[in-house]
Design a protein around this ligand. Structure first.
Ligand SMILES: Cc1cc2nc3c(=O)[nH]c(=O)nc-3n(C[C@H](O)[C@H](O)[C@H](O)COP(=O)(O)OP(=O)(O)OC[C@H]3O[C@@H](n4cnc5c(N)ncnc54)[C@H](O)[C@@H]3O)c2cc1C
Length: 464
């Protein structure tokens, strides 16, 4: 068959589940719905890469899906060829679970539309980035609470939970999900309107575990109009000083109203406290500001900016980086980290490119109705912490990772701390249990119902 004849044939049959293709024609199959790429093509290389330059995997085939039909086609093909499937929306997974070695990657980057269903509901393609989402919503005065970084996609973010600057006032990203469509491991398309259990499981539990989500319907919230940031920096901090700052921050941030977010960022020997406020300067907020102003080396505050402008200050870098970043535990309070903190501060202070950060949760994340409707298991925890290390050249990787692992061992020596799935680490013992806690048995049921053949599998995927 000549190439032009094949293209004619493909146009007549938008999806060709059972068509055997000669390998030279593979890149031209079902172009409206899906294109398959193998190693050696430019398109393969482009689709293969993710945000983290440390991760370098080579799938056997990449299915660039343009429609839901194309996703079905890819799943059936993977089944037929016995390939494990990794699902990729924005490619920001910190351990590269959206790619694999020798299997199939279903790349959804073209499923990134935003569509209004009514004045309170939007339908979003999983690969829609946060910057695209905010650009669509904020001019209309509404928002779906998401993360900070512009290039993170809604798919990966929401399906693993999704927290950010507005979580304490509006909940996690997954809490705003009203419904979605998913292609399961049998190649069936399911709308959660007819399967409420599936919706619950996807609110924090479906990071490429039992199906490919092709669109998500979100409830939008009225957005705060303005945001103001307050920054407190202390330089060349001794271990004793950093420890004391941490302790005070844990105590004072727990008293902040829900319209505030705060983070403590220890970047080598610089202690940086961020406070973000989208509401009134209440007594608690003023007291927080006064306390840290008096004990920090440098204090700055931004003007009150319109939200659409203010969020851009936290968009971060768009181009891929070399780094390792992972959850470093969810805490109830200072006591959960107190006995290990001095050694952590010491080591972070000596390691180039290392950051230990603690962020506030709480507020609306604790909402009982949200808790009941989702599988996100750690809503009672008031703090989420993360460890990061960055480097510029591959030759620096080994020492960066070694220090990273040493700090991880200090923080979590028994390996039993709860961890946030969106910040995974390949070395976590007992994953996926540490990600899903008490929700794990329910998710195992979902796995056996929707992916009995375990087509969606990676190092830490759910096992039925
Ligand atoms: C720079 C940076 C900033 C971040 N900031 C935040 C933040 O502020 N708040 C926060 O909560 N998280 C944050 N994260 C973590 C982020 O939420 C996760 O990395 C998220 O999983 C990324 O989603 P993605 O679609 O971009 O990535 P991908 O790598 O494409 O996917 C991530 C995971 O979700 C699965 N997945 C993706 N799409 C689908 C789908 N359609 N159906 C089923 N499974 C799917 C993948 O298989 C993979 O396991 C950040 C990460 C980075 C790298």
């Amino acid at each position: 068959m000549k190439r032009k004849d094949f293209i004619k044939l493909a146009a007549m049959a938008p999806v060709s589940y059972f068509l055997e293709l000669p390998s030279f024609l593979e890149n031209f199959s079902n172009q409206e719905d899906v294109m398959y790429f193998r190693k050696g093509t430019e398109a393969y290389e482009k689709s293969r890469k993710g945000f983290n330059k440390r991760i370098d995997k080579y799938p056997s085939i990449i299915a660039n899906c343009r429609t839901e039909k194309g996703v079905v086609d890819a799943v059936l093909r993977a089944q037929k060829e016995g390939l494990p499937v990794a699902v990729k929306s924005g490619g920001h997974c910190m351990e590269g679970f959206s790619s694999n070695q020798g299997g199939m990657v279903v790349n959804l980057s073209e499923l990134n539309s935003v569509e209004w269903l009514d004045e309170h509901t939007i339908q979003v393609g999983p690969a829609c980035t946060l910057s695209k989402l905010y650009d669509e919503l904020l001019p209309k005065g509404v928002i779906v609470p998401g993360g900070s970084c512009a290039g993170v996609a809604v798919g990966g973010l929401a399906l693993g939970g999704g927290y950010g600057l507005l979580s304490r006032s509006l909940g996690l990203t997954c809490d705003s999900m009203k419904g979605l469509r998913m292609v399961n491991g049998k190649g069936q398309v399911i709308d959660t309107d007819s399967d409420p259990d599936l919706l619950k499981a996807c609110k924090g539990g479906n990071s490429g575990n039992f199906g490919i989500v092709t669109s998500i319907r979100f409830n939008v919230h009225r957005a705060p109009t303005h945001m103001q940031s307050f920054k407190f920096r202390s330089f060349s901090v001794s271990t004793t000083r950093a420890f004391s700052l941490f302790q005070q921050w844990f105590e004072k941030s727990a008293l902040l109203p829900n319209h505030c977010f705060s983070a403590f960022v220890l970047n080598r020997k610089t202690a940086y406290i961020l406070l973000v406020n989208t509401g009134k300067l209440t007594e608690e907020v003023n007291s927080f500001i006064a306390s840290f102003k008096s004990i920090s080396d440098k204090y700055t505050q931004s003007v009150r900016q319109p939200l659409s402008q203010a969020l851009k200050n936290y968009y971060g870098r768009r181009e891929p980086l070399y780094f390792k970043n992972a959850s470093a535990g969810l805490y109830n309070d200072f006591k959960d980290i107190e006995d290990r903190l001095k050694s952590v501060i010491d080591k972070v202070g000596k390691t180039t490119g290392m950051i230990f950060q603690v962020n506030t949760l709480g507020g609306k994340v604790r909402d009982a109705a949200y808790e009941k409707a989702s599988v996100f298991p750690y809503r009672k925890h008031s703090f989420f912490s993360e460890l990061q290390v960055y480097w510029d050249r591959p030759s620096q990787e080994e020492s960066g990772l070694k220090s990273f692992q040493e700090v991880q061992m200090m923080i979590n020596p028994k390996g039993d701390m709860p961890q946030y799935r969106n910040y995974p680490d390949i070395r976590f013992k007992n994953a996926p249990q540490v990600y899903y806690g008490g929700s794990y048995p329910f998710l195992q049921k979902m796995k056996s119902r929707h992916d009995p053949g375990n087509i969606f599998r990676y190092e830490q995927s759910i096992v039925a």
